[in-house]
Design a protein around this ligand. Structure first.
Ligand code: ZN
Ligand code: FE
Length: 251
């Protein structure tokens, strides 16, 4: 079993899980890079998984479905707006593809129907635009409260969970994060790692949950340094989260 990262559009990642000669794709913004990879490696696409309805995650659905016969899976809340959807799943649904199981996590906030796919055997979470490395998605349809709760659920996964997010935003996120928690030594070191990786055109994904818990300001609303910085020592976690999100919007 192998997880392949395909770069698409400007900064999107499409993920392929290859299982012998079969493949699953997650969030195909475009069909072409997927079709090329399948042809080069003699793989048959069986399923398309969508975390949410945005076009930069679903744009390749119809062409892939037409050319490969793959089945499109998405959130029950997005049945009316995901192209080609034929299986709709909800929170905590367990689903198996050729013996490989994943669990659906309902993680609204970026959109109202957003889901993430957790593959326990692969120790991997495909979370679209909910959690990014050192950041989180914009609140287009949901509230800060919803996003906070969604991230809180992700925080409870095993520490060694690999985070496969929808975009390569890590460098910009790191530059912002350092303004929120400038004294975080792990974050300072991480910024340098990310700079180097991006200079060499290397992906910063997958991230590891344990590292995110130490460096991602959106997961660190309890940090005393952050709270002092924002002058929100006594605020609730959701309030601190909302303030960090607002600042990021203006960064
Ligand atoms: Zn999105
Ligand atoms: Fe996106």
């Amino acid at each position: 079993m192998e997880i392949i990262l395909l770069q698409a559009l400007t900064d999107n990642y499409i993920y392929l899980i290859a299982n012998k000669d079969l493949a699953i794709v997650i969030d195909p913004s475009e069909a072409k890079p997927v079709l090329d990879y399948l042809a080069q490696h003699n793989l048959k696409l069986t399923h398309i998984l969508n975390t949410h309805h945005h076009n930069d995650h679903t744009g390749g659905n119809l062409e892939l479905k037409e050319k490969t016969g793959a089945i499109v899976i998405g959130s029950t809340y997005d049945q009316h707006r995901i192209n080609g959807i034929s299986i709709a799943l909800k929170d905590n649904d367990h689903f198996q593809i050729d013996g490989l199981e994943f669990v659906v996590m309902f993680v609204p906030g970026h959109t109202s129907g957003h889901i993430a796919f957790y593959f326990p055997k692969l120790k991997s979470l495909f979370c679209g635009d909910t959690l990014f490395s050192l950041g989180c998605g914009r609140l287009f349809e949901g509230t800060a409260h919803q996003m906070y709760n969604s991230l809180d659920r992700i925080k409870s996964l095993p520490l060694d969970t690999l985070i496969y997010c929808g975009h390569e935003y890590t460098l910009n996120n790191a530059k912002f994060a350092i303004t929120i928690e400038p004294g975080n030594h792990e974050l300072i070191a991480k910024l340098e790692d990310v700079r180097l990786a991006r200079k060499n055109n290397q992906p910063t994904i997958p991230a590891i949950l344990e590292d995110e818990l130490k460096t991602n300001p959106f997961l660190r609303t309890e940090s005393i340094e952050i709270r002092r910085n924002l002058q929100m020592v006594k605020a609730s976690d959701v309030e601190v989260f909302a303030e960090i999100r607002n600042r990021k919007n203006k960064f």
